[in-house]
Structures are given as C-alpha cells and as structure tokens.
Design a protein around this ligand. Structure first.
Ligand SMILES: Nc1ncnc2c1ncn2[C@@H]1O[C@H](COP(=O)(O)OP(=O)(O)O)[C@@H](O)[C@H]1O
Ligand SMILES: [Mg+2]
Length: 374
C-alpha cells in the first residue's frame, strides 16, 4: 500500500473544519484529498486543488463526486443514508464508515439501544411518542431529565435539560418543535470525559488517551489529558466488542460522564473524527485524522505515543482573525479559515503541551483571559 498511496484519491464529504484537517493530513500522507462542498471558500475547499463544488444532499452531485474518487469518508454523520448508499453502489465507490452504520448511529435512540445491547453503561432513557407521556416523566426521572432530539443534534442544539421535571411548559414547547425525541435521566456528573478508538477491517483496534472535556452551554471549550480512571479498561473492552460486532471502520469517538459515584457512562457516540481528539495533532505521534484515513484504507494501526506528560486544547469560539494576536510560546494554533465569524462559532483551536495536563491547560486559560473578548 505504501508505494501506491500517492495514487489514492480520498473523497471527503463536506467542507468544514473536520474535513479540512482530514484533507491536510491526506496531503501530508501523499494521498489526494477530493473535497465535495457547497462553496470554494469553505475551510476544506480552500486547501485542496481537488475541490469539487456541489451538494452532499443531492444524489447527482454525490454520484459525480464518488465517481472521481477511490473511497470516501464523511465529516458529519447526518447525511441522507439512502442517498449515500445508492450513490456509493452506483459509483462502485465505498464510503467508510458504511452508510448503514452511519444510519444506525445518526439516531440517538438507536445509539442508546446499541449501548444497551452490548451492556455498555449509559443513562436510563425512554422514547417519547406524544404529549400524553409528559405526565409520566416525573415517575421515570424524579431528579430531572434531558430531552434530546433523535436526529441532527450537536453542540447542545437539540438538547433540553430540565432539572425540575414538574415544570412541563418547557417540555411541551420542545416537543412541539421536535417531536422525535428521547428522554434521559439527568446525570449530575462530576466530570465529562471522552475517548477515541480506531478500528480497521483487519480488526485491529487502537485506543487514544482518555481526556477530560469541559462544556459551556453544551459546547466544548477545552480538553485536557491524559486522564486515568479505574473503570476505563473494562469500558473500553465493551466498546471494542461493540465496534467488532458492527464491523466498524475508522475513528469512533465516545463522550462520557464520570458520575459522583465514580462510574463511567457513555453519553454519546460520534462515528467520525471529533473535537475531543484535536489535541492529538500535537500531543501524539499520530493524530486522529491520519488514523481515520489509515483505518478506512485498512492500513496497519499502531498505538501512538504521547509527546509530553500532559496536553490541553482550547477551542477558539467566535474569536477574530489570529493576525491580531499570537498563541502562547510553545503552543500551536490551528485556524480553520472560516470567512464568517459568529458568536460561539468554532473558528480554530490551540494545542499546548506541558509536563502535566493542568499546566498545559492553565497556560491556555491564562492566555484566553488576557487576549480574548470572551
Ligand atoms: N443526561 C444528562 N445529564 C446531564 N447533562 C447532560 C445529559 N446529557 C447531556 N448533558 C449535557 O449536555 C451536553 C450536550 O449533550 P449531548 O448529548 O452531548 O448532545 P450534543 O453534544 O450532540 O449537543 C453534554 O455535553 C452535557 O454537558
Ligand atoms: Mg455531545
């Protein structure tokens, strides 16, 4: 495979920052990244000569694009699975992870059922079909509940946290707008954690370090690691089993809760590269984007080594162009090149390495306080 890599045409569906980082890494690996995206100024479109303008939700565009590449990956699991499957068959071009697996994981209800099937700990949940069920919620979830849209939720859009379950006005409003939801028990977690696993068709699975993630208004602000947890290994064993059973290919990211009692619960699964893994660009000998590409090409996967005792990542949310400031000495800036800057929008991130996770993070938080408007 090594000698033939330069001939590989990797299709990337979507033009955002995840697509951009996959495309940048493909260039470094000698692979040609073809990007299908709506506008030439999109983050991934800017950095490859193999940009193809088109819509990922149009069969004609998808088919045309897939005809030009050897295989394809996606940066976002909310594509139409039937369109993708049909375009993949018609063009004889595989898409990884498979559209069937993407379909399974793009639905929060199916995710929860999958976790249950493989005995992976997760918060208690029920399906909601009608308003009539609202009055039953206090029985199921006396300590509060979280309503989640089954499809297309991200960064808290599509999530409603209701600590006082008897206040059903908000719940009714949410259900009026988003009828397909699951309701989960509210977890007063101690911390949010995340872990990335990578699997190829040879059934090799590697594990990246466990990290702590910090969300504000349900959007990730920072990540630090590596973390330890005594329940990590038994959890990872179950996650690997699940990945084998569904014949998964590529990076799979897991968002976790550490409960006050010290258990680990899986909150959410992403069948793709993930914000919680951006630290790997600088902190590991191999990053999540290269590993995703290697996994879908069924190349050998080798566990990356850490480049320092600790690392941290700070998301640049709604920040202005970096030409007006400089990252702290020793830290690395990753700017996504977005043309529009909206409050809270992910514009880039900074990675920092130090002897401990806390030292690496403190430098970034001090920098944020002194340099940014937020
Ligand atoms: N069951 C829960 N209990 C407490 N907080 C939750 C629960 N589910 C989600 N949250 C909070 O809301 C955030 C967003 O929810 P999540 O399920 O990750 O959806 P998404 O990231 O797709 O918007 C989580 O990172 C967490 O901070
Ligand atoms: Mg989440």
């Amino acid at each position: 495979m090594k000698n033939r890599l330069s001939k590989v045409r990797l299709g990337i569906l979507g033009g955002g920052q995840l697509a951009r980082m996959m495309a940048l890494k493909s260039h470094e690996m000698g692979i040609k990244p073809y990007v299908l995206s709506a506008h030439p100024q999109d983050p991934a479109a800017q950095i490859t000569p193999y940009f193809i303008q088109g819509r990922i939700d149009l069969k004609k565009d998808l088919k045309k694009f897939l005809n030009k590449v050897d295989l394809a990956v996606f940066e976002n699991e909310f594509l139409d699975p039937v369109l993708l499957y049909e375009a993949s068959i018609a063009s004889n071009t595989p898409v990884h992870p498979k559209p069937k697996v993407m379909h399974l994981l793009q639905d929060r209800l199916n995710q929860k059922k999958l976790l249950k099937k493989y005995k992976i700990p997760t918060a208690k949940f029920i399906e909601i079909h009608s308003h009539k069920q609202i009055h039953t919620l206090p029985n199921f979830f006396p300590k509060g509940a979280v309503l989640k849209k089954r499809h297309q939720g991200y960064d808290g859009y599509g999530t409603l946290i209701v600590k006082n379950i008897k206040e059903d006005k908000k719940i009714k409003e949410f259900l009026n707008k988003k009828p397909q939801v699951i309701v989960e028990e509210y977890i007063p977690f101690k911390k949010e954690l995340a872990i990335i696993l990578v699997r190829n068709r040879k059934k090799q699975i590697i594990e990246l370090p466990l990290v702590e993630t910090h969300q504000e208004k349900a959007c990730c602000v920072w990540v630090k690691g590596p973390c330890r947890h005594q329940k990590k290994d038994p959890l990872v064993k179950k996650l690997k089993n699940m990945m084998n059973e569904i014949h998964y290919e590529g990076v799979m990211a897991f968002e976790l809760f550490e409960t006050k009692q010290g258990s680990l619960l899986v909150n959410e699964i992403a069948p793709r590269v993930h914000n919680s893994g951006h630290y790997s660009l600088d902190a590991l000998s191999e990053d999540q984007f290269s590993l995703h590409i290697k996994a879908v090409l069924n190349m050998e996967l080798v566990s990356p080594v850490k480049n320092s005792g600790g690392f941290a990542m700070l998301n640049l949310l709604g920040e202005k162009n970096p030409s007006q400031w400089l990252p702290p000495a020793g830290a690395t800036l990753h700017w996504y090149g977005k043309t529009e800057n909206r409050p809270g929008r992910k514009m880039g991130h900074i990675n920092n390495l130090d002897s401990t996770p806390n030292k690496a993070l403190t430098t970034l938080l001090d920098f944020k306080k002194s340099s940014f408007r937020t």
